[in-house]
Design a protein around this ligand. Structure first.
Ligand code: SRM
Ligand code: SF4
Length: 552
C-alpha cells in the first residue's frame, strides 16, 4: 500500500489508492446511477472525463428536491492539434450520436464533447481508439496535450524523428493500462503487475503540467502562459534547438491571495535530441517539489516563483546535468492563421474562424459542422485545431479553393474579410451551463460583448484590432490574464475588467475596474480606447499602448 503524507490533499490519497487510475471506475460506470462518486470523479479526469451537471437547471431541481441533470464532458488530447479527415469525421459523428451536437475546440488544441451520458462514455472511448485518438491524460495531474503553432505542426510532419508534440505525448503519457481496460477492452477488471513511469509513480504529479511550442517568430500559443514553453532557436555554438521557458500559468483564486498569474522565464537552451530528457528533469523537479497539500498552489509556477529561478535551475540541473545558459527570444504578435495561405509545397490551407471554438450547425444541415462534412467528404485533407479555438484545413489544391469557399458561404460561414476586428481574435471559455467552476457566463454572451466592444472600437475610426478574452472565473481558461482586454467573472452578475496584456503574450494584464456589470464593460473601456486613438503611436497595439502609458 502507498502511504501519502498526512498533510497531503485528499486527491493525493485517491490517486495513491487507485491502483494506477482504476479505483472503482469499472463498477461505477456499469452501475445504473447517472453520476459517479466524488472519488471516481477525480480519477475520471485522468481519463479525460469530467463529471458535470446542467447549471441552468441546478437550482430549480435542488429546490424541488429532484436529482440534478448529470452528464459528462470528454476531452480528446490532440498533440499539436493535428487531425486527419477520417478522424474529424469520426469526431463529427460522436457529436450527434452521444453528445450535444457540437464539437468544442479548446484553447489547447484539443476537442471536447459536452452532455455525454455515463453509459455512452465507453462507446466514445472505443470510437476514439479506433481512430488512433484518446481522451486519456487529456486532463488530470499529468503532462497535458502539448500545444504547437500550426505552422510547426504542419511542417513537423517532415521531421523523420517525429514532431515534438507527438514525441512529448509518447514520452509522458502515463504507462498504466487502466484506460484501455476500463474504457476500451471492458472485459478486464484489472491487471496484476501493471507498472507506471518512475516520474509519475503512484501519485502522479502534484497538478497538471502544460507545454507549448511556439513559432520562432510569433506567439499564437501563448508560450509564456505555460508550465514549460519551447521556442525554436538556433544556438551560435550547438545549432538548432529550443530555448526552454518555465514557470508560467494564469489561474488565480479569489479566495486565496497567494495565488497569481505568472509568466514563464528562460531556463536553458537544449538541442532537439536533448529536449525530452530536459522536460523529464523539469517534470521530476515539479513532482518532487510541488505542493501536494494545497491544490490551489500546486502548480509549478509557485515552485519557480517561491524558490526563484536560480534555485529552481539548480534543482533541474541536479537531475539533468549542467544547463546551458538560455539565449534571448523575441517573439512577434500572435498570428491568427485565418484565411487562405499558400504552403511551401504549393498546396493551400484555410484558417476558419470558429466563434468560441464551438463547431455546430445553426439549423438542421446548415452551419459549420455540415459545411466541414461537405468540404472533407472524399478529400484526404489535414486539419489543425489552433490555440485560438479555430480550425485550419490544409492540403487543399489551388483548383479546390473556389468550391470550398462556395460550400462555406452556402452554410453561412463567413470569410475572414467579413469578420469584425474584435470578433476575429475574441476567445471565451465554456463557463455556464457546463463548467462546475463558472461564476458567470462567458461563451454564451461573447457575441454580445464582442458587438458592444466593436461599437466602441468603430467610434475610434479605422479597422483597429483588439484582442478580447472572456472567462467565467479567474481560472483563466481563455487566457484573459495576458490579453489586451480581459473580462473575467467575479460574482454571479459582475466581471473584473483587465487591460494591458499584449499581442505578443509577454505582459500580464491588470485590473482597471472590479465588479462591473456586463452592459457597463464598453463604458469602462471607452476612456482607454480614446486615449489610444489620441496618443497611440502609428501601428501601436492597444495593449502595447496601455503597457507603455499605464492606466493611472
Ligand atoms: Fe481550463 C479547469 C475548460 C484551458 C486554467 N478548465 C477547467 C475545467 C475542466 C473546469 C473544472 O475544473 O471543473 C473547464 C471545463 C469546462 C467545460 O465545461 O468544458 C476548463 N480550460 C478549459 C478549456 C476547454 C477552455 C476553452 O475555452 O477552450 C481549455 C481546455 C484546454 C485543453 O484542451 O486542455 C482550458 N485552462 C485552460 C487554460 C489555457 C491554457 O492552458 O493555455 C488555463 C490557464 C493556464 C493555466 O493552466 O494556468 C486553464 N482550467 C484552468 C484552471 C486553473 C488552474 C490553476 O492553476 O489554478 C482550472 C481549475 C482547476 O484546474 O482546478 C481549469
Ligand atoms: Fe470554467 Fe473558469 Fe475555466 Fe471558464 S475559466 S471554463 S468558468 S474554470
Amino acid at each position: 500500500m502507498t502511504v501519502t503524507n498526512p498533510t497531503s490533499s485528499p486527491v493525493e490519497s485517491i490517486k495513491a489508492g487507485s491502483g494506477l487510475l482504476r479505483g472503482a471506475l469499472s463498477a461505477e460506470l456499469a452501475a445504473a446511477e447517472p453520476n459517479v462518486s466524488a472519488d471516481s470523479a477525480q480519477l475520471l479526469k485522468f481519463h479525460g472525463v469530467y463529471a458535470q451537471d446542467d447549471r441552468d437547471t441546478r437550482r430549480a431541481r435542488s429546490l424541488a428536491g429532484e436529482a440534478l441533470e448529470y452528464s459528462f464532458m470528454i476531452r480528446v488530447a490532440i498533440p499539436g492539434g493535428r487531425l486527419t479527415t477520417a478522424q474529424w469525421l469520426a469526431l463529427d459523428a460522436v457529436a450527434d450520436d452521444v453528445a450535444d451536437g457540437s464539437i468544442r475546440l479548446t484553447t489547447r488544441q484539443a476537442v471536447q464533447f459536452h452532455g455525454v451520458a455515463k453509459h455512452d462514455l465507453r462507446r466514445v472511448a472505443s470510437t476514439l481508439h479506433d481512430h488512433l485518438l484518446t481522451s486519456f491524460a487529456a486532463c488530470g495531474d499529468v503532462v497535458r496535450n502539448t500545444v504547437t503553432c500550426p505552422d510547426l505542426a504542419l511542417s513537423g510532419l517532415a521531421d523523420p524523428r517525429g514532431d515534438v508534440a507527438t514525441c512529448i505525448a509518447r514520452a509522458f503519457t502515463p504507462a498504466t493500462r487502466a484506460h484501455w481496460e476500463i474504457f476500451v477492452d471492458g472485459a478486464l477488471a484489472a491487471s496484476d503487475g501493471d507498472v507506471e513511469h518512475d516520474f509519475y509513480g503512484q501519485t502522479y504529479l502534484p497538478r497538471k503540467f502544460k507545454i507549448a511550442i511556439a513559432h520562432p517568430d510569433e506567439n499564437c500559443v501563448d508560450v509564456f502562459a505555460q508550465d514549460l514553453g519551447l521556442v525554436p532557436t538556433v544556438h551560435p555554438e550547438v545549432g538548432d534547438g529550443f530555448v526552454v521557458l518555465v514557470g508560467g500559468g494564469l489561474g488565480r483564486s479569489y479566495a486565496q491571495d497567494d495565488t497569481f498569474a505568472h509568466l514563464a522565464e528562460p531556463l536553458t537552451f537544449v538541442t532537439r535530441d536533448e529536449v525530452i530528457d530536459l522536460i523529464g528533469a523539469v517534470v521530476d523537479t515539479f513532482r518532487d517539489l510541488g505542493d501536494r497539500g494545497n491544490r490551489r498552489r500546486a502548480r509549478m509556477k509557485y515552485v519557480v516563483a517561491d524558490r526563484g529561478m536560480t534555485d529552481f535551475a539548480a534543482e533541474v540541473s541536479r537531475r539533468y546535468g549542467p544547463l546551458r545558459p538560455p539565449i534571448e527570444v523575441h517573439l512577434g504578435p500572435a498570428e491568427d492563421h485565418l484565411g487562405w495561405r499558400e504552403d511551401r509545397d504549393g498546396d493551400w490551407r484555410l484558417g476558419i474562424r470558429v466563434g468560441a471554438g464551438r463547431v455546430r450547425d445553426v439549423a438542421a444541415g446548415i452551419g459549420l459542422r455540415s459545411a466541414l462534412r461537405e468540404v472533407l467528404g472524399g478529400r484526404a485533407l489535414r486539419l489543425v485545431v489552433t490555440a485560438q479555438q479555430d480550425l485550419i484545413i490544409a492540403g487543399v489544391t489551388a483548383s479546390e479553393r473556389d468550391e470550398i469557399d462556395r460550400v462555406l458561404a452556402r452554410h453561412g460561414v463567413r470569410a475572414v474579410d467579413q469578420l469584425g476586428s474584435v470578433e476575429r481574435s475574441a476567445l471565451a471559455c465554456p463557463a455556464l451551463p457546463t463548467c462546475g467552476q463558472a461564476l458567470t457566463e462567458a461563451e454564451r454572451v461573447l457575441p454580445h460583448v464582442v458587438d458592444a466592444v466593436q461599437g466602441e472600437v468603430d467610434r475610434l475610426g479605422g479597422a483597429r484590432r483588439i484582442q478580447l478574452r472572456m472567462t467565467g472565473c479567474p481560472n483563466g481558461c481563455a487566457r484573459p490574464a495576458v490579453a489586451e482586454v480581459g473580462v473575467v467573472g467575479r460574482t454571479k452578475t459582475t466581471y473584473d475588467v483587465y487591460v494591458g496584456g499584449g499581442p505578443r503574450g509577454d505582459r500580464l494584464a491588470w485590473v482597471v475596474r472590479e465588479k462591473v456589470r456586463l452592459e457597463d464593460v464598453p463604458g469602462v473601456l471607452r476612456p482607454y480606447l480614446e486615449r489610444w486613438r489620441d496618443e497611440g503611436r502609428d501601428g501601436e497595439a492597444f495593449g502595447d499602448f496601455i503597457g507603455r502609458v499605464g492606466t493611472s
